[in-house]
Design a protein around this ligand. Structure first.
Ligand code: BGC
Length: 816
């Protein structure tokens, strides 16, 4: 590749200058790449499936489903011609009210890491590059970008800085990314926010250091859209691709890479080697996924739905008139609706089921009459896609809002699914599709004394560029929307059998009604995607025995999560500073450490049967593993490095070619003149071209299993079901370290199907990383040892939830 070609593949062509939300330039035989959201389906496309959101998938605690969803996502992406899927997403660990938590996989790094890993495996197995995002600590929407904050009237100089210590960084925030890298993820998206006062896309410690050096990531780092804040500095810090290609703002046509990168390489500010590295990372990933054979170009447009439309949609000049035939309306859905239905049902969490209200019987045991309440029972009356990027909460909530949303091709609404199911038993069905017309609601709730009432309530959130009902991305609180508390209480005051169905992005405050004796059952359906109705009916009527478990804690109040778990809504500085003072004590670790009783603990969920967990055993797989992981044999020293042509071309050859039509706002690699200036670039004082000593730890050593744990799971109820056996470990109290440990942390889970009276064995492997903590002084993972250098003493508890029934054993002390 020529210098211009290398630059071209590192830089987006500009906002809306191609079919996808991100498009790279092409280079000879190397095609323009299509980067498209997102985590729950192909965004801005027709005839695709809307999968359940990340939080719903996390609620299944089922690795196989996680992977099957990844595979199905990958197939649809590929069939539409997407090269890079912008997902999975890792958010949601920290702030219950954080706007994009629903795109991620709950608040525990182990669970999220497993989900992310399986998603990557599924997606990339289909030859699509997964792009795990957003690196790092992009936990709230408010102030994620300075410009967005300023547009809301705040006098910001820079975006928010999430200030995270080294241990929490490894053990909480970067953990799932490490798992993604372990699975061979091809791409990582750096975040809008700053981390320790350095922007995500120019944070050399994180990109060069943690990601590429420590985790051995060999794919490419792509900026979040307009998250790049500098040119040379970002490139030297480890950014490999700029998206959508513009500079400071969308459609400004003034790139930090593109022609600026060409100039920076020619004048020596960026070593040519670094540009080669960027290009190699992109091209190698493309080959690794097999995209060099049999790969479709994008056959849909993100910007128009007619068969033909402007090729350069983002320009305002004559170029806009140039049309291309793009939309082929390829129906790529296959039979994925079945998988969506299965995941949505398996991820549904049954929180309350007094007197075994659920499941509904059939035939002579069928409910006589059902009355449905709430606007959330039926689809959006304006049309299921009437709000762009799902920027409204009208009708059943199947997704949150923002770039992670997808246009529906079909939507199964709860009301229609319930009514067709009820019909087969001749169950009477009435409904009031209002949240506040109490002249209708109250008489209906008390109408038939033996009716079952179902109340649909919701809570929504999304991405910071849209504001919905006063929530600017992040939720303002954890209250139900549309006065849901009042609706539930009002119905329950008149109806003895009130079942509450919650569609939500995450935890909601249920204190106003959860203990009401007439609230007989509560189902948390999260965000089911397109199969909201069909999956709900499966659980209500017992075709599916619910086995979803909470992937986060539901507290009695938002304050209970702790001061460090609160979204920063008002800037505390012109560069808002958010100190992650809770360290590794996030979510349930906080509740456990401070002895706070939650409403429903992490990992909780009921079913239509019961289980008993017993006989926890532990087997040592590695004797004397050593306190520190093995050093890696440095492949960089043993592998031949690829050497590319190291001669810089004449700048004159990089001047915008004569005769080429220039499209306004399109991003090119060409220079406007051959004068490229000369250095030196004002490098920071510590900048050096001499490689630093390499990180010592071998990643494979961290993933080596040291202990194997088993437990017996017995079904003690009267129907077959699935148990989620969860392994929590407690670090030894007498470890010779000043570090403290949360009372327990999740380090394993298995979803096991057990027949009536049956017993199954669940097996968990604990890796070195699972059993270690991050030692800041040693800059390494380290097994806890006592003062005599003996290792052991962990309590291993297999339980039904973080506080639920279970059984445990303690690991013997041995020489490390
Ligand atoms: C979001 C990313 C998304 C990108 C492209 C950004 O606003 O933060 O998650 O992938 O847009 O749509």
């Amino acid at each position: 590749m020529s210098l211009a070609e290398k630059v071209n593949i590192t830089t987006g062509t500009g906002w809306r200058m191609g079919a996808c939300v991100g498009n790279t330039g092409q280079a000879g035989g190397f095609p323009a790449l299509c980067l498209q959201d997102g985590p729950m389906g192909v965004r801005f496309a027709d005839a695709v499936t809307v999968f359940p959101a990340g939080v719903t998938v996390a609620g299944t605690w089922d690795r196989e489903l996680m992977q099957r969803r990844g595979k199905a996502l990958g197939r649809e992406m590929r069939a539409k011609g997407v090269n890079v899927m912008l997902g999975p997403s890792v958010v949601g660990g920290k702030f219950p009210a954080g706007g994009r938590g629903w795109e991620g996989f709950g608040s525990d790094p182990y669970l999220a890491g497993q989900a992310v890993g399986r998603t990557v495996r599924g997606v990339q197995g289909e030859g699509v590059v997964a792009c795990v995002k957003h690196f790092l600590a992009n936990e709230q929407e408010t102030f994620r970008q300075a410009a967005e904050g300023r547009a809301q009237g705040w006098p910001l100089i820079e975006a928010l800085s999430a200030n995270v210590g080294g241990r929490a960084l490894r053990e909480i925030y970067a953990w799932p990314f490490q798992d993604a890298v372990r699975e061979g993820v091809g791409s990582v998206m750096c975040s809008y926010n700053q981390i320790n006062n350095s922007y995500g896309c120019q944070n050399s410690y994180l990109l060069n250091g943690v990601l590429k050096e420590e985790f051995e990531f060999q794919g490419f780092v792509v900026s979040d859209w307009i998250a790049q804040r500098s040119g040379v500095a970002s490139v030297l810090a480890g950014l490999d691709m700029s998206m959508p290609g513009d500079g400071d703002s969308f459609s400004d046509g003034a790139p930090f890479l593109g022609s600026s990168l060409t100039r920076a390489v020619l004048n020596g500010s960026v070593p040519l080697e670094r540009l080669d590295d960027m290009a190699l990372r992109i091209v190698a990933t493309w080959y690794q996924m097999g995209q060099d054979t049999n790969y479709t170009a994008p056959n849909f447009s993100s910007w128009f739905r007619t068969p033909q439309g402007p090729r350069y949609f983002g320009t305002d000049d004559e170029g806009k008139k140039e049309l291309e035939g793009r939309n082929q309306y390829a129906d790529v859905r296959e039979e994925h609706h079945e998988l969506v239905r299965e995941i949505a049902a398996e991820g549904m969490v049954l929180l309350k089921n007094g007197d075994a209200t659920l499941p509904f019987g059939t035939g002579k045991d069928a409910r006589k009459a059902i009355v449905v309440f709430g606007s959330g029972a039926a689809g959006n009356p304006m049309g299921m896609n009437s709000c762009g990027d799902r920027g409204c909460n009208i009708g059943t909530l199947g997704q949150g809002w923002g770039s992670g949303s997808v246009d529906y091709s079909t939507f199964s609404s709860p009301l229609s699914a319930i009514s067709s199911r009820a019909e087969s038993d001749r169950t009477m069905l009435e409904y009031v599709q209002s949240d506040d017309d109490y002249n209708l609601i109250l008489p209906m709730a008390s109408k038939t004394p033996n009716s079952t009432c179902m109340v649909f309530v919701s809570s929504d959130s999304g991405e910071g560029y849209l504001s919905v009902e006063g929530h600017k991305g992040d939720r303002n609180d954890l209250k139900l929307w549309h006065n849901g508390d009042k609706l539930v209480r009002s119905v329950a005051s008149a109806c003895k059998d009130t079942i509450v169905i919650i569609h939500s992005v995450g935890a909601v405050d249920m204190e106003a009604w959860i203990e009401h004796p007439n609230v007989t059952a509560v189902l948390l359906a999260h965000l089911p995607g397109q199969e909201a109705g069909s999956s709900l009916v499966d659980v209500l009527w017992g075709d599916v025995n619910p086995s979803g478990r909470l992937p986060y804690t539901i507290a009695k109040s938002l304050e209970d999560y702790g001061p460090a778990a609160q979204v920063l809504y008002t800037p505390n500085h012109r560069i808002p500073q958010q100190d992650f003072t809770d360290g590794v004590y996030t979510d349930y670790r906080h509740f456990d450490a401070y002895n706070i009783t939650p409403r429903f603990e992490f990992g909780f969920g009921l079913g239509y049967t019961t289980f008993n967990i017993s006989d926890v055993t532990v087997e040592t797989l590695v004797e004397s593993p050593g306190e520190f992981p093995a050093e890696r044999t440095d492949s960089a020293n043993t592998t031949t490095r690829i050497t590319l042509n190291s001669t810089l071309p004449d700048p004159q050859d990089l001047v915008f070619p004569q005769g080429l039509r220039r499209i306004q706002k399109y991003i090119y690699p060409w220079l406007s003149s051959a004068s490229v200036g000369s250095g030196p670039y004002p490098y920071p004082a510590s900048y050096s071209t001499t490689p630093r000593p390499r990180a010592k730890v071998s990643q494979s050593t961290l993933y080596e299993p040291l202990l194997r744990v088993t437990a017996r799971i017995r079904n003690t109820g009267s129907v077959a079901g699935k148990s989620v056996a969860q392994l929590y470990i407690s670090f030894p109290a007498n470890a010779a370290t000043a570090e403290t440990f949360p009372p327990r942390v999740l380090r394993g889970f298995e979803k096991v199907a057990v027949g009536v009276n049956g017993t199954e064995v669940a097996t968990f492997d604990l890796t070195r990383r699972d059993l270690s903590y991050w030692d800041e002084n040693e800059n390494s993972w380290r097994l806890p040892v006592d003062k005599d250098a003996r290792w052991g003493g962990y309590t291993l508890r297999v339980a039904e939830s973080s506080r639920g029934a279970g059984a445990e054993t303690v690991v013997e002390w041995v020489d490390v």
